[in-house]
Design a binder for this molecule. Sequence first.
Ligand code: HGY
Ligand code: MN
Ligand code: MN
Length: 415
Amino acid sequence: MAAWESLRINLDRLRSDIEALSKIGRAPDGNLTRHAFSPSYEEARRWLKGRMTASGIAARDDAAGNTIGRVGSGTSCVMSGSHIDTVPDGGPLDGAFGVLSALECARVIKESGLNPPRGFEAVAFVDEEGHFVNCMGSKAMVGALEKDDVMTAKSPTGSVLTDFMTRAGFDPARATEAKRKKGEIAAYVELHIEQGPVLESIQRPIGVVEGIVGLIHSDITFYGEPDHAGTTPMDLRKDAFTGACEFVYKARRMALRRGTPRTRITYGIVRSKSQASNIVPYEIYLRQEIRDTDQALVNRLVKASYRLAEKVAADYRLTVKYEQASGIKAALMAPHVQDTIDNAAKALGLATHRMPSGAGHDAQVIARVADAGMIFVPSEGGRSHRRDEWTDWTLLEQGANVLLQSVLRLMHAPG
Ligand code: HGY
Ligand code: MN
Ligand code: MN
């Protein structure tokens, strides 16, 4: 047995990092929100780099705003990471657990004095949650970020990405320079909370991800006529909201009928132009999101939803505009990385469960240029993207040790 196989993470350090980071961007009422490049995000970035340098880990930001800590030499590296941006009013572990566990792995590797043939990088990818651009940082790293996307991106609340990047000290026009050279990333492993109920329901401490869903966002707007809500008879209205409701109901039914058990359709952003109860709603904006592990099916369902929007608009004498806003392709995880994770978990005496990911992750983007894998730990009640997202410290420690041992196996792998 190699000496590194007995290495373990330091839970006290990891715990204090998770608790410290969860305070950055938290409002007095408990709302934790850290949008990419926002003041709270930049405070978190400075804190993270401080934690890296405090352990003698070389810390840098790349041109896209990813924060990278590196240990060891070699032209290639094994990489692990996730994100420290959050959804609005999010939880303390989504993304942060993966970044801070990768940082803890970097500390353990540095302290061990190991000098394997490949280096190790711990990464916080910027804007995984897509406040501006979905998985912006990992897309930049693999060369999939379009400069035009950066220069035109706005948040759902109208914030302009280039303003926020500039204020944070980044040149938006250079974001695509974050692209890494071919072969620089030998393998990638991401540790993440499951954000669903499966592992808890089957009492398994470790999930080994086989594939990650693809998703497509669409901006859909129904247009009617602004009429007086009191004098306009019901049969003479062009009511955009009633039409949008029928569209959502029928689109959901269509997706359930034509999709798979992993298909998801969600309308998480709804906006009415007329913020008045006495005007017939005349402009309704919907942000549609469709997901499945089968990318071709996602593409078909999106097209079918546009045809349905046209039909419903005609039925309600409305007009409709739709366009694909952003998306991320489904990705399979590398079989040998899955096996590495499985072997590492078994060596730690931990049972595993192979499963898909219904959530999107940076791993599905990095998988375009490197062999990638993901490790899940259970989420209490399957809860995530909400304040009471949580996982027990023992399970977090087990997940972080599986990450450490998986990374070490990949760093020492021949070839
Ligand atoms: O939406 C997702 O699946 C991820 O949290 N960005
Ligand atoms: Mn998330
Ligand atoms: Mn996440």
